[in-house]
Design a protein around this ligand. Structure first.
Ligand SMILES: [Fe+2]
Ligand SMILES: [Fe+2]
Length: 162
């Protein structure tokens, strides 16, 4: 069965959203490097790589369905942040936004009775649970450590092990 024009357009939009996510994390990584927090920079760089994988998974899926992929332009990410806490809060909020987007895609696939796309999206639904939970866990840790520079550097070291 051929994938619909509407579903193809919605997945192409999501490809852009995943590239934007990748760039947001790459920007966060660059900011952490400039702050001397190389462990957090490393964590964000890994996150960037994951988002590129999400992009490629969608691209591969559209090819498999014989649909046209449009490679999008990417929005310029934010350059600087007030604190490590702000960075991870932003990342957490961003993942919640992406989850909403994935749910909308599922709604559309259900409405169109596009079972193949529903099945493909299941992976993203599960992935978003992980994405939200890992960002939220770091937000909680950063909230706990408050203004302690020493604790911040300990956490930086821990995140460098990702
Ligand atoms: Fe993603
Ligand atoms: Fe993500």
């Amino acid at each position: 069965m051929k994938i619909s024009k509407e579903m193809t357009a919605a997945i192409n939009d999501q490809i852009k959203a995943e590239y934007d996510s990748a760039y947001i994390y790459l920007g966060m990584s660059a900011w952490f490097e400039s702050e001397g927090l190389s462990g957090m920079a490393h964590w964000m760089r890994k996150q960037y790589g994951e988002e590129i994988e999400h992009t490629e998974k969608f691209i591969k899926y559209l090819y498999e369905r014989g649909a046209r992929v449009i490679i999008p332009g990417v929005d310029k990410p934010k350059e600087s942040y007030a604190s490590a806490l702000e960075v991870f809060q932003t990342a957490y909020k961003h993942e919640q936004y992406v989850t909403e987007r994935i749910y909308k895609l599922v709604d559309q696939a259900l409405a169109e009775k596009d079972y193949a796309t529903q099945s493909m999206l299941k992976w993203y639904v599960d992935e978003q649970v992980e994405e939200e939970s890992s960002a939220e866990a770091i937000v909680s840790k950063l909230e706990c450590l408050g203004d302690s520079k020493q604790a911040l550097y300990m956490l930086d070291k821990e995140l460098g092990g990702r």
